[in-house]
Design a protein around this ligand. Structure first.
Ligand code: PGA
Length: 249
C-alpha cells in the first residue's frame, strides 16, 4: 500500500568527481529496485547528480533549504533555486542541523512549508536523543516534533512528505534500534499523524522511514517490519555496493 523509499544522505561528503563516479557505479546496481530511490547530496553536487541520474530511477534531493523565497540570507539556498536545478526532494530537520546549526521545530515547519510551496518533496527528520530516551521522553519528543513540523500543512500535502524517524543515538554510531523498537516507535509517529489528520491518511499516505546505522546487514530485517516504509541512510550510502544492497534489501 505504501511504496517503500530508500534515501541516501551523503552529508558533507563527495566532490563533483566523486559524485560522478558514485552515481555511475550505483545506476546499474539499483536499476531494478522495487522502492523509490533517492540520493541527497551537498549543494555543490546537485547539478552533477541531476545530470548523471537523468533517465534512471534515482531521484535527487538536497540536504536543507531556507524558508524565505529570497533575500538577505548570506549562505542560504531557496526552494526555487533547488527546483530550477531539477532537484525533487529535500531533507529538513536532520538532527545534525538541530544539534549544530540551531534548527528548531519552528524553523523546521517554516522550511517544510517553503519546500512544499515550491513543489519539492520533503524528507522530514525527527528523533529523540539518548538523554531523552533514557528520561522516558520518547513519545513526548516525537509527538512535539511531529505536531510542530506539520503545523498549517494541509492534508493534501501528506503524500509529498516522508517522515524519517532517526533516533539520534543511532546515527553514525553503529548502534541500530532493534527492528521491534524502531517499529514500535514509528507506530507512535503514525498514531500522532492519525490524530493530526485522519487514521486512513496516516495508514495509506504517510511513509515513515527508519534511519540510524541502517546498512546491508540489518536492512532486510528493518524493512520487514510493518510500520517501516524505508530508510534514510548515511554512512552506508557513500559506497555504491553498500547502498545498493540496502536498496535491494
Ligand atoms: P547513518 O546516518 O546511517 O550514518 O547512521 C543516518 C542519517 O544521519 O541520516
Amino acid at each position: 500500500m505504501r511504496k517503500p523509499i530508500i534515501a541516501g544522505n551523503w552529508k558533507m561528503n563527495n566532490t563533483i568527481a566523486e559524485t560522478k563516479q558514485l552515481i555511475a557505479d550505483l545506476k546499474p546496481l539499483v536499476k531494478d529496485a522495487k522502492c523509490d530511490v533517492v540520493i541527497c547530496t551537498p549543494y555543490t553536487d546537485l547539478a552533477t547528480a541531476v545530470a548523471e541520474t537523468k533517465g534512471s530511477n534515482i531521484k535527487v534531493g538536497a540536504e536543507n533549504v531556507h524558508w524565505a523565497e529570497k533575500g538577505a540570507f548570506t549562505g542560504e539556498i531557496s526552494a526555487k533555486m533547488l527546483v530550477e536545478l531539477g532537484v525533487e526532494y529535500v531533507i529538513i530537520g536532520h538532527s545534525e542541523r538541530r544539534q549544530y546549526f540551531g534548527e528548531t521545530d519552528q524553523t523546521v515547519n517554516a522550511r517544510v512549508k517553503a519546500a512544499l510551496a515550491a513543489g519539492l518533496k520533503v524528507i522530514l527528520c525527527i528523533g529523540e536523543t539518548l538523554e531523552e530516551r533514557e528520561g522516558g521522553k520518547v513519545e513526548e519528543v516525537l509527538v512535539r516534533q511531529t505536531t510542530e513540523a506539520f503545523k498549517d500543512i494541509d492534508k493534501s500535502e501528506l503524500e509529498n512528505i516522508v517522515i524519517a524517524y532517526e533516533p539520534v543515538w543511532a546515527i553514525g554510531t553503529g548502534k541500530t534500534a532493534t527492528s521491534q523498537d524502531a517499529n514500535d516507535t514509528i507506530k507512535i509517529v503514525r498514531d500522532t499523524m492519525a490524530k493530526l489528520y485522519c487514521p486512513k491518511c496516516a495508514e495509506e499516505k504517510v511513509r515513515i522511514q527508519y534511519g540510524g546505522s541502517m546498512n546491508p546487514k540489518n536492512a532486510s530485517e528493518l524493512m520487514a517490519m510493518e510500520q517501516i516504509d524505508g530508510g534514510l541512510i548515511g554512512g552506508a550510502s557513500l559506497k555504491a555496493e553498500d547502498f545498493s544492497k540496502v536498496v535491494n534489501y
